[in-house]
Design a protein around this ligand. Structure first.
Ligand code: F6P
Length: 737
């Protein structure tokens, strides 16, 4: 339709121009030239016949004159001839002289250039020449040939111009087609070029005129994609089966390689034999159910003293022990490597750097060297475990910041999803790290880089902008460095939902009774619970200070309320952690001395590891759970407490400095540095009406049910699948091209 218009329009314009402008102009010109020719000819003929006519005129014989006229007309191919002796005389003329031409009317034309007479049927040129006799000679020439010539000219002109118009139209269509094809191709490249992953953006960068369109198009595509994704995501009931189906459908059943420092199962030599332990780790809590669902390989540091004894020749062991579903591939580190890489650079350097918890980061170059070497070991293990050139690799956390780049160098087509489980600070804070560019560059080896909150994504992108030679697109949150793109995305982590039925086996009532009995507390004692690794970022001392303040401000709770703190020992060889443990113990002792009673302590501090089921019993037994982190990426304890309360009772006090606070506003949100505010929140929780507790906890439960850990992983994998599809498409097309 558009094409035919492109063809017809120039043609119609040319024809109209031809009919109304060109042809009349040419007609006029031809007429003028013909008249000029006829004038010249008339003058010549008049001159030639003047002499012979004199005689006849002199004799006064009209017969003689007419005879001569007839002869001349024949010789000179004149239409008619006439003679007027005076203006009043009758004209002596050949027969065909038109009646309109009379002697009385010719005065003004004498000697002039003649004129054209249009009769009914003919066009005649009239020339009036003076004679030496005093009279005038009238010469008429037929212009029939002119009409004929003019028509022929018109025909040529029409033919020429129509041909020209057709040619122009064809050229226009051809050029339009070419440029359309060029645009199509450029747009296709642009659409592809904007996508995260390792796709060239040459088209976008070399065609400045296409950039505004590209931007709009890209925005549109992003909006459509995210709308579609949210709609698709919301329609899925996220559980292990859904994740498996998604992997089969979207990722063609690709195996997944997870790589983290911490392993999900640790084999430990005990007196009775080898025991399997589950570490206290939010990362493990989140990823373990994913791996059960997806199979694949989990590469991690073999940190248990019986780990070597339990692996096969390839350093692999199938887990979970009761029903194997995936493999752990263990990476071995020497004590020096572990000290430098894990305790040193990761936990004395990056950990305090990223958690603004007022502990000064320590950076030693020897630790850095171990960090680089250990990261290389993990990256090599990934390359060994990959069974295809483009595996899906999920790199976890700050211990392995260099792994994405190291894997990318060996497996350029891999889809690398990196998740940073801790906060990312602002650029000024991150600038402290002497190897900041190396860390950022390592992470930019990822296809997708995930954080818990948008705030951390913003901080990361700002840091890249500040320190790297990279293009940062703040609209799409994509960073391009060395021609490769990394999509920076928010993926708030979550927990398994519905919770493990075995952990919920005992009724809340039984949990209440048993936990009080085990801890020698009165049956009606009100309980608060805190569950953390013994880490200074968790705000355990601040939490105790809030409990102390509660007793100071509301003494009616003394003897009626006990706060149980489960603190799993962690990173105990680091001086800061040892000091912290001492301070935590001292704070608990001091408060117990002030407010403990014979029947019950104010604070019950349990510095030991508790398994997930035991922890759930504590959650279900308590009136409230207090999460007072000074800074925390997400904090899954908050979500676990809510998940454990299927009796819809219990109150969550949650630090505003956790990622979880953004998702669970129905908790009592507190500033852990403000002891009075926290004490007031504790009082409020202890006196909260059961109906209000129910309303709040239901809302939080529904959020966790909707956004569980399968959805967290599913969203990342869906993004990865989209990226891989586009990569394949580009690969195929480029082959064709
Ligand atoms: O919060 C960061 C994190 O890696 C968590 O994912 C995990 O819960 C915790 O640290 C475990 O620390 P570690 O492995 O040092 O015991």
């Amino acid at each position: 339709m558009r094409l035919s218009l492109r063809f017809v329009l120039p043609l119609a314009l040319v024809l109209a121009g031809l009919a109304y402008i060109v042809v009349p102009l040419v007609d006029q010109l031809t007429l003028r030239w013909s008249v000029r020719d006829l004038n010249t000819r008339a003058a010549l003929v008049a001159k030639t016949i003047e002499e012979p006519l004199y005689e006849a005129i002199e004799t006064g014989s009209n017969q003689k004159l007419l005879k001569q006229f007839a002869d001349i007309s024949e010789d000179e191919r004149l239409y008619a001839l006439g003679y007027c002796a005076t203006p009043n005389a009758a004209m002596v003329a050949t027969r065909v002289m038109p009646r309109e031409i009379r002697c009385s009317k010719l005065d003004r034309y004498v000697g002039e250039d003649g004129y054209v007479l249009h009769t009914d049927r003919e066009m005649i040129h009239v020339a009036v020449r003076p004679m030496g006799t005093g009279g005038v000679l009238i010469l008429l020439q037929d212009m029939g040939y002119f009409v004929e010539r003019s028509q022929q000219t018109k025909l040529y002109i029409y033919g020429f111009f129509v041909g020209l118009a057709i040619l122009i139209s064809l050229i226009t269509v051809f050029i339009a087609q070419l440029s359309l094809r060029g645009w199509n191709e450029a747009l296709r490249l642009l659409v592809r070029g904007k996508l995260p992953g390792e796709i060239p953006t040459a088209a976008a960068s070399t065609s400045p005129e296409l950039r505004p369109i590209a931007r709009d198009l890209q925005r549109l595509i992003r909006e459509l994609e995210s709308e579609n994704r949210s709609r698709d995501e919301a329609q899925i009931n996220w559980n292990p089966d859904a994740l498996k189906a998604m992997l089969r459908g979207e990722l063609r059943g690709e195996d997944i390689i997870v790589v983290s420092n911490r392993e999900p199962y640790i084999h430990v030599e005990k007196e009775g034999g080898i025991e399997v332990q589950r570490p206290a780790s939010g990362l493990v809590t989140a990823l373990e159910p994913i791996m059960r669902a997806c199979s694949g390989t989990w590469i991690a540091h073999g940190s248990g003293n019986a780990d070597r004894a339990t692996v096969d020749a390839h350093d692999r062991v199938a887990v979970p022990p009761e029903k194997p579903a995936y493999q752990i591939r263990r990476v071995w580190l020497t004590p020096e490597q572990e000290a430098g890489y894990y305790y040193g650079f990761a936990n004395e350097g990056l950990w305090p750097l990223c958690h603004i918890a007022h502990v000064c980061p320590i950076f030693r170059s020897s630790d850095w060297e171990h960090y680089v070497a250990a990261n290389q070991l993990f990256a090599d293990a990934v390359v060994q475990e990959a069974t295809t050139p483009d595996p899906i690799v999920m790199v976890q956390d700050y211990h392995l910041a260099l792994v994405p780049r190291m894997v990318r160098e060996k497996l350029p087509e891999a889809t690398i999803i990196t998740f940073w489980h801790i906060p990312w600070p602002n650029p000024e804070s991150f600038a402290i790290c002497p190897w900041r560019e190396r860390i950022i560059d390592g992470l930019l080896g990822s296809s997708i880089l995930g954080f818990h909150t948008q705030f951390h994504c913003n901080n990361f992108v700002d840091t890249v902008d500040r320190f790297m030679e990279a293009r940062v697109d703040r609209e799409s949150f994509e960073v391009t460095s060395g021609g490769k793109q990394t999509a920076v995305r928010r993926f708030p982590i979550s927990i398994d939902w519905p919770p493990d039925p075995l952990a919920m086996e005992k009724s809340a009532e039984d949990c209440r009774r048993e936990i009080r009995a085990i801890n020698h507390l009165p049956d009606n004692q009100l309980l608060g619970i805190g569950v953390d690794r013994l880490d200074y970022t968790k705000g355990i001392i601040e939490r105790f200070r809030a409990v102390e303040r509660l007793f100071e401000l509301q003494p009616e709770w003394v003897g009626r309320f006990t706060f149980i703190q489960i603190a799993a020992p962690t990173r105990s060889s680091i001086g800061e952690y040892q000091n912290y443990e001492t301070l935590v113990r001292a704070a608990a002792e001091r408060i117990n001395l002030r407010f403990g009673t014979e029947a019950a302590p104010a604070i019950l501090l349990k510095i030991q590891y508790h398994g997930p089921r035991e922890v759930y019993e504590y959650y279900r037994a308590a009136e409230l759970c207090f999460v007072s982190s000074l800074h925390d990426g997400m904090n899954l304890v908050a979500k676990e407490f809510v998940a454990a309360r299927n009796d819809n009772q219990g109150v969550l006090l949650l630090s505003e400095f956790t990622g979880a606070a953004r998702e669970l506003p129905e908790a009592l949100i507190v500033n852990p540095y403000d002891a009075d505010q926290c004490a007031a929140a504790l009082h409020m929780a202890l006196t909260m009406d059961p109906m209000e507790q129910r309303d709040r906890i239901r809302l939080m439960r529904s959020l966790i049910a909707e956004f569980n850990v399968y959805r967290w992983a599913g969203r990342m994998l869906l993004d990865a699948a989209t990226m891989r599809r586009r990569m394949r498409l580009l690969g195929d097309t480029s082959k064709v091209a």
